[in-house]
Structures are given as C-alpha cells and as structure tokens.
Design a protein around this ligand. Structure first.
Ligand SMILES: NC(=O)c1ccc[n+]([C@@H]2O[C@H](COP(=O)([O-])OP(=O)(O)OC[C@H]3O[C@@H](n4cnc5c(N)ncnc54)[C@H](OP(=O)(O)O)[C@@H]3O)[C@@H](O)[C@H]2O)c1
Length: 267
C-alpha cells in the first residue's frame, strides 16, 4: 500500500476534519509524499499541516470554499503550481443534510449540489488535461453509501452523492486506458462531525452529533481501508457496517431492501 503513495502529490479537500484530516495524517507517515490540504478553516488546516510536517511530509495549504464554484478552476491551477503537479486528487470535502423532502427549500438542494458535486467536477475537469498529458492521474471521489440508495432526511445529499457515482463511473470508463484511474469511495456511518454541519430546512447547521454517527466506524479504520483500496486502484470501495450489507441487498434483492429501508432510523 505504502509504495503506491510514495513520490506522489496528493490533494485532499476537506482536510480540516474527519475523513480528510485522518487521510492527511495517515498519508503523511509515508516517505517522499507531498500533500495539499484544502478547506475553509485556516486555523485547523495549519494544525493538520503541523502534524503532517512533523511526520516529514511536504505539506501546503490551499484555502478554498467549495461553494464558490466560480473560483475553483483557478484554485486547481494554483494546486498544480504548488508542487508542479497533482497525482492523486481526493474529493472529500462536503456537507450532509437533515430535512425531509417536503420541508427542504430548493436553495438547500442547490447549495448541497454545488458543494458536494459541482465543485468536484470543476476541479476534476481542470486537472484532467494535466493528468492526461503526463499519462497518470488518480481521482478519488468520496461519495457515500447514500450514493447507492435513497435515505430519509437526506434527499439533497443522496442526489449529490448519486450524481458523483454517475459522473465518476463514466470518467473511469472513458479514461482508465489513458492512465487516469478513478476510485469511488462509499463510506457508511463513520465517526466524524458530519452531522454537526449537516444542513437543516432553514439552512442552519444541525449542530448535533447523531447517534448513528457516534456509533459508526472509527475514522482511522475507515481511512486505512480507503487507502488500501486506492492503492489497489479499485473502482469502488464500500466501507462500513450494516449499511454496506444494505447496499448489497439493494443491488441483489431490491424488494427486500425496500422492506428493510422502511425501518431505517435516519438519525
Ligand atoms: N462521516 C460519515 O459518516 C460519512 C459517510 C459517507 C460519506 N461521507 C463523506 O465523507 C466526506 C468527509 O466528511 P466527514 O465525515 O469527514 O465530515 P466532516 O468531519 O464534517 O468534514 C467535512 C470537511 O468538508 C469541508 N467542507 C465542508 N464544506 C466546505 C466548503 N464549503 N468548502 C470547503 N470545504 C468544505 C470541511 O472543511 P472546512 O470546514 O475547513 O471548510 C471539512 O474539512 C464528505 O464528502 C462526506 O459526505 C461521510
């Protein structure tokens, strides 16, 4: 696993918290790796950078707001300049949702779509010519188990994560022969702060650590599994507990899935 990441430049969005932060820290223990850490929270990103540098990784911060999609082409160009290239792009930054279909205003759908989906394709499209020219690139799209099937109180989030599946699976089929690899990661419930920042119906953060999140898979285990799968250039990595079983049931026995889904506790 380690050798795959050596001598690579890896750009991670959402590196200030949860899966992105843990990914940066685990990767920083690998020799000859260069990291670009992105997010909005400069103070926390500097703390993560400090840990990574202590582990001997070369590490730069590139501040960005994924909602400001008109700025992202420029940010991707800046990222390439930082270490002269981007080898592995990890699209991790994102927000979730806690509101029913009926009460969710269209602005919330658009906001989640911008942050969780459109931001990633703008960055990807800017990086692709550079990767194709070099004959190598690896795009990692962190979707979700919510990108595999619908889930209550997550209509906008599920839509954005399903969109990632459609886009990145197509990209994978189009470009693998040219040396650009795509890995779609679908975590289930992982112990991070994602439920705290999830968007409620009035656009404010949910502000609560949900039970499901609290009892989810520890983030270090999730990231270890993810990095192992990326190094194997897997097309898809499903990570989690019972949620992963649900994804398999959805694909193989949809009627059973719909019966079980009616019993899901969305919090
Ligand atoms: N935890 C789970 O159970 C779970 C399950 C499935 C999928 N995922 C996916 O995993 C990814 C990481 O989530 P997490 O669980 O680690 O959540 P988290 O702890 O809340 O971290 C989210 C990260 O996204 C960044 N972010 C959010 N909005 C942003 C914006 N507008 N611009 C730039 N960065 C932004 C945050 O950085 P700043 O605040 O610094 O901007 C933060 O670093 C997300 O795509 C999520 O959908 C998580």
């Amino acid at each position: 696993m380690i050798s795959y990441f050596q001598h690579k430049v890896v750009w991670i969005t959402g590196a200030s918290s949860g899966i992105g932060k843990e990914t940066a820290i685990q990767l920083s223990r690998i020799t000859h790796i260069s990291l670009i850490l992105s997010g909005r929270n400069e103070t926390v990103l500097k703390e993560v950078q400090g840990i990574c540098v202590k582990n001997n990784a070369a590490c730069s911060i590139l501040l960005l707001d994924l909602e400001k999609t008109n700025e992202l082409e420029e940010k991707a160009k800046e990222a390439i300049v930082l270490f002269g290239r981007v080898d592995i792009m990890i699209h991790n930054g994102g927000i979730s949702q806690r509101s029913s279909v009926i009460e969710t205003p269209i602005e919330n759908h658009r906001k989640i779509m911008e942050i969780d989906y459109f931001s990633t394709i703008i960055i990807t499209k800017t990086l692709l010519p550079h990767m194709i020219e070099r004959g190598y690139g690896h795009i990692v799209a962190i979707s979700s188990i919510s990108g595999c099937f619908g889930f209550p109180l997550r209509s906008a989030y599920c839509a954005a994560k399903h969109a990632m599946y459609g886009y990145y699976e197509s990209l994978d089929i189009e470009l693998r022969a040219q040396g650009v690899f795509v890995t779609i990661v679908a975590p289930g419930r992982i112990q991070t702060n994602i439920s705290l920042s999830a968007l409620t119906k009035d656009g404010t953060p949910h502000g609560k650590m949900d039970e499901g999140q609290k009892n989810g898979m520890p983030v270090d285990i999730c990231v270890r599994k993810m990095l192992k799968g990326i190094a194997r250039k897997k097309h898809e990595i499903l990570i989690g507990g019972i949620e992963v079983v649900m994804a398999h049931i959805y694909r193989k026995a949809p009627r059973v899935f719909h019966f079980l889904a009616s019993k899901i506790n969305p919090t």
